[in-house]
Design a protein around this ligand. Structure first.
Ligand SMILES: CC(C)(COP(=O)(O)OP(=O)(O)OC[C@H]1O[C@@H](n2cnc3c(N)ncnc32)[C@H](O)[C@@H]1OP(=O)(O)O)[C@@H](O)C(=O)NCCC(=O)NCCS
Length: 151
């Protein structure tokens, strides 16, 4: 991701996803308010684009030539945590599975010992993608943690 890609990603998020699917909660009325758009940009600049504060690598997922979502890898000690979201009209077409496979391949080359992810019990798509990779899924409160040993 770079600044032009971040701008395309914001468009994809605004037209095809709920704010809570793609970034931490921001107070205020529902929907893509100006405050949430600004927070979305600040979130990705802080976490990926600004070398002084970056904690993760983020890729924009393009589908048929247009931004459709994001995928990320964040190092935590010997583990690398993966995350992904896709816009509504591109879900359920096998893209999440394919992008997760690419993230896993990238994680393997990074030298990490474990590949992890978290989701919620109601997220059937994410749980299915992670289980199909061979990850162990465990429930912790209202979160499902996926863990896959690498190498
Ligand atoms: C979760 C997400 C990334 C999955 O990507 P996707 O491209 O929709 O998933 P795929 O089409 O690759 O499908 C993968 C599997 O999940 C299943 N699946 C996908 N969406 C599903 C749904 N809504 N209900 C039930 N099963 C679903 C598919 O049937 C497939 O399983 P199968 O191969 O056993 O048939 C995507 O739906 C998404 O972005 N959701 C909103 C944001 C989000 O929840 N992100 C994840 C947070 S951890």
């Amino acid at each position: 991701m770079d600044e032009p890609a971040l701008s395309r990603l914001l468009d994809a998020a605004v037209t095809g996803a709920d704010p809570l699917e793609v970034m931490p909660p921001v107070p205020g009325p529902p929907g893509w308010t100006a405050a949430r758009r600004d927070a979305f940009l600040a979130f990705h600049r802080g976490r990926s684009l600004d070398p002084a504060t970056a904690v993760e690598r983020t890729w924009v997922v393009d589908v048929d030539g247009a931004a459709a979502g994001a995928a990320r890898l964040e190092r935590h000690g010997d583990a690398v945590e993966a995350g992904i979201w896709l816009s509504r009209d591109t879900r359920g077409r096998g893209i999440g599975r394919e992008v997760t496979r690419l993230l896993l391949a990238e994680a393997r080359t990074s030298g990490a010992a474990r590949f992890t992810a978290s989701t919620t019990p109601d997220n059937t798509g994410a749980r299915s993608v992670l289980a199909a990779l061979g990850a162990t899924l465990t429930t912790e409160g209202d979160e499902i943690r996926a863990d896959l040993r690498l190498g």
